[in-house]
Ligand binder design. Sequence first.
Ligand code: G16
Ligand code: MG
Length: 220
Amino acid sequence: NKIGVIFDLDGVIVDTAKYHFLAWKELADDLGFEFTEVHNELLKGVSRVRSLEILLDIGNVKLSEDKKQQFLISKNEEYLKYITKMGPEEILPGASELLDTLDELGIQYVLGSASKNAPLILKQVNLFERFVGIVDGNSVSKAKPDPEVFLIGAKKLNLQPEQCIVFEDAIAGVEAANTANMISIGIGDKKILHKADYNFTDLTGITSSFIKALIETKEK
Ligand code: G16
Ligand code: MG
C-alpha cells in the first residue's frame, strides 16, 4: 500500500486525559490551589514537563528544579495507579473497528504520542502488538507542534511524510502533522481543530470507503 497511518494515543485511542487530570489535581491540592477540568484542557497533547510548567503557572507557584523533578515523579506514580487498572473496555468508540478496517486493507499503522507511558497503556488495552511501531515521549526530543514525532513515525512505516495520515485530537498535534506535510484528521471539536484537513467527532465516522478515497487521492 502507498499510505500508512499514525495514531495519537490520548484522545484518539483511549481517554487518559481523565487520569492525567486526577493525578495533576492531587498535586495542585498539595500545593494549595484549584485545578479544574477546564485547566486540564491546556495539558492535552502537551509533554509531562511542559504540563507541570503550565500547572504551576495556573497556581502562580514557583518551585526549585529539584522540587519540580520530585513532583514529576510523584505525579507519574499517581497516574500509573490509574493506568495499571485500565482494560480493553476503555478503548474509545470506533478505534478497534478502524484498526480492523486498516488490517483488511493491508494498511500499516504506528503510534505517535507525547506520552512516555504509551507502550504500557497500549499493553493494558491489548492493542500493543497491532502497531508496527511506537513513537512516544521517550523517542523524541522536540514536542508537538514540532513534527519530529510524526516524521519518525513515517520512517517506521517506510513511507514519505506525504503518504501518511495522522489522527489527532490536539491542536498542537494537528499542527505537527500539517508541518510534516501529512494528511491531518482532527478527532473532536471541529471548531477547535479547524486546521485539520478533515474533521470527525470520533473514530466511528471513519469508514472503509473514506480510507479508500484517501488512497485514491494519493494515487493520482
Ligand atoms: C499525552 C497527553 C498529555 C500528556 C502527555 C505526556 O499525549 O495528551 O496530556 O501530558 O501524553 O504523558 P506522560 O506523562 O504519560 O509521558 P498524546 O500525545 O498521546 O495525546
Ligand atoms: Mg492526544
